[in-house]
Every structure is written in structure tokens, then in C-alpha cells.
Design a protein around this ligand. Structure first.
Ligand code: SF4
Length: 95
């Protein structure tokens, strides 16, 4: 049986991170931990995680633009979700 190393596959892709314009922004006032837990499990790029101090952490730099977080939490903890501008964002290799 063949296995797939997800981290190895992700490392093939190239990311042009738009430091001046985040394409995904979370609501900062109150983050629902139950909603955030959904994204920790569902995000294929591991953009959502809890730090060693128990704080919620999100980094859009490795986003694959799959839209999963928008579908799951677009009306709860996400303030903004849009595709990156122009040549920014993920550049897939091998399709
Ligand atoms: S769009 Fe996909 S890859 Fe990007 S943060 Fe949301 S779930 Fe993760």
C-alpha cells in the first residue's frame, strides 16, 4: 500500500505571501474555541493551531486557498475570506 507524505507534498508548492493584505482575517474580539477546534482539524495546511500557552494562533502564509475554513466558520469566527490578489498566494506544483 502506498502512503502519501503530506508535508513533503506541501513543500513542493510555492507561496507568495502578501504581507500587506491578509486574505483571511479572524474576528479578534471573541474566538469561539469550539469553532476554532473545527479548523484545527479541518485545515489541510495546519494554519490554525493552539500554542503551548493555549492561545489560538492563525497564520495565512501557508494557506492552500481550499475554502474549507470559509465553509465551516465563515459566519462565526472569520471576519474576512477572499482569494489573494494578483500573483500572490499559493502556486501549485505538479498540478
Ligand atoms: S482556505 Fe483551506 S488551507 Fe487556507 S486557511 Fe482555510 S482551510 Fe486552511
Amino acid at each position: 500500500m502506498n502512503t502519501v507524505d503530506v508535508d513533503e507534498k506541501l513543500n513542493i508548492d510555492k507561496f507568495n505571501v502578501d504581507e500587506d493584505n491578509a486574505h483571511i482575517v479572524l474576528k479578534q474580539d471573541e474566538i469561539d474555541s469550539h469553532e476554532f477546534q473545527k479548523l484545527i482539524v479541518a485545515c489541510p495546511a495546519n494554519c490554525y493551531r493552539v500554542t503551548e500557552n493555549g492561545e489560538f494562533h492563525f497564520d495565512y502564509a501557508g494557506c492552500l486557498e481550499c475554502g474549507t475554513c470559509r465553509v465551516l466558520c465563515g459566519k462565526t469566527i472569520l471576519k474576512k475570506w477572499e482569494f489573494p490578489q494578483g500573483t500572490m498566494g499559493v502556486e501549485y506544483r505538479y498540478g
